[in-house]
Design a protein around this ligand. Sequence first.
Ligand code: GLC
Length: 542
Amino acid sequence: MAEAKTTTTTRWWRGAAIYQVYVRSFADGNGDGVGDLQGLLRKLPYIAELGIDAIWLNPWYPSPMADGGYDVADYRAIEPLFGSLVEAEKLIDEAHALGIRIIIDIVPNHCSDQHPWFLQAIAEGPGSPARELFWFRPGKGEDGSEPPNDWQSRFGGPAWTRSTNPDGTAGDWYLHLYSPEQPDFNWTNQKVHDEFDDILRFWLDRGVDGFRIDVADGLVKEDGLPDLNGETPEPLPFSDQDGVHEIYRHWRRVADEYPGERVFVGEMWLPDPVRFARYLRADELHSAFNFDFLGCPWEASALRGVIDDTLAAHAPVGAPPTWVLSNHDVTRHVTRYGRADTSFDFGDRQHLAPTDFDLGTRRARAAAMLTTSLPGGVYVYQGEELGLWEVEDLDDDLREDPVWVRSGHTDRGRDGCRIPIPWGGTEAPFGFGDGTAWLPQPAEWSGFTAEVEAADPDSMLSFYRTALGLRRSEEALGDGDLTWLDLGPGVLAFTRSPGFACVVNLSSTPIPLPEHESVLLTSNPLVDGDLPSDTAAWLRLG
Ligand code: GLC
């Protein structure tokens, strides 16, 4: 394995390749059909072999799983289905021994309705201090039967649910930007701040290397919780409020007390790249997911625009950009890139739109070379290295994502990108575990198991291993900058110093390669020395 530049030097996070593990669907170590820490422990060598610097784990806390673990009932423990605190500590140690850092998810915008604070708030009723930790408000109308304002949940329906008083009568409403099982914390209350300081320290003390901050833009709400009245102000009254930055400045001071550069990665979907970059000022978060790139169609000029805007927004704050193709919330990119409309939008997942998987796969390979050679960090979502696609033909009654119900059965949600990973064998659950997997895998995945792909030099897995290995050994890759080359319309091409070029042909005809010393890697074979459509090349320049 090539030496890891980014794990052996400081500022490791500026150019890190980070592998996202959705624990529930990664590997099942105890045969109950649900992925767990034992399973992940066994697969650490697989992740190490991929050439990864850090793992980001989706929430591993005790949770009723109303939203796949983003409804946290206890921030200082491990979900029993996933394992124990002892196993979590073992995972951190074993990962570190392999040179892999561990980033965990922190969910500060909301908790579970089964969190002790919320249970207490409900039990103690209106006027109790416990209620001040959330957003309880009387309803509108004579009998209070209408929500306090017109905000909508991001999963559909009103962002308010009416509570029941201890005496059984209908009570105040509480705010939830997501499902009703996820009440929003009230960050105007100092107790919430103190609690999260303590939670951060709890995990930092146990050796985690960083936190992915869920809904990082959402914590602070505008004073008075004003109605939207059909408008879309920027910022929205429940997103990207200025006060949120003081929270992250404080968190940064906490993390900086610890050795080894512990980091924060923000999750915020914001329309304005300049406001986005404010989270990445030197005394706030280290990095954030670049969703503009993820949502962008597979077109050279559009991608070039997003890349330029991203670099331009990050440069003034000195933060490294990140590049993301897929995650646990979006349609897998093999599927997206095989469609007529290759963009992604939560408003329309294009469920079951005609898809050319060969084309999608071909583009996914080129996209992997593009993202892994752009300046900054890169994320790999479990299964993308196997070329897995979105499973769209799942039985509707198996769907667990609250989006499906909350949208009034109009949005089929995110289960299709959360299907358990096929590890080996010829039949489901393909080595995921001994029991029936919690979501069924397609029979065709027998040809896409890690076992089959590891033995095939042309597979997506072999390709990812080579690309990520080169990313580590090539001095030019990771953190830094780029210089564009103009190779005509439909072509993205840039150089990185020293002596490296990436060329991606998104046009419909083959193109000649620019002058080079040698070809390091191509995502598909060259044809008569030319770079075919939807193909990328990495070149060594003289
Ligand atoms: C983030 C997570 C998503 C979750 C939501 C609410 O967007 O990525 O999976 O449903 O926050 O916590």
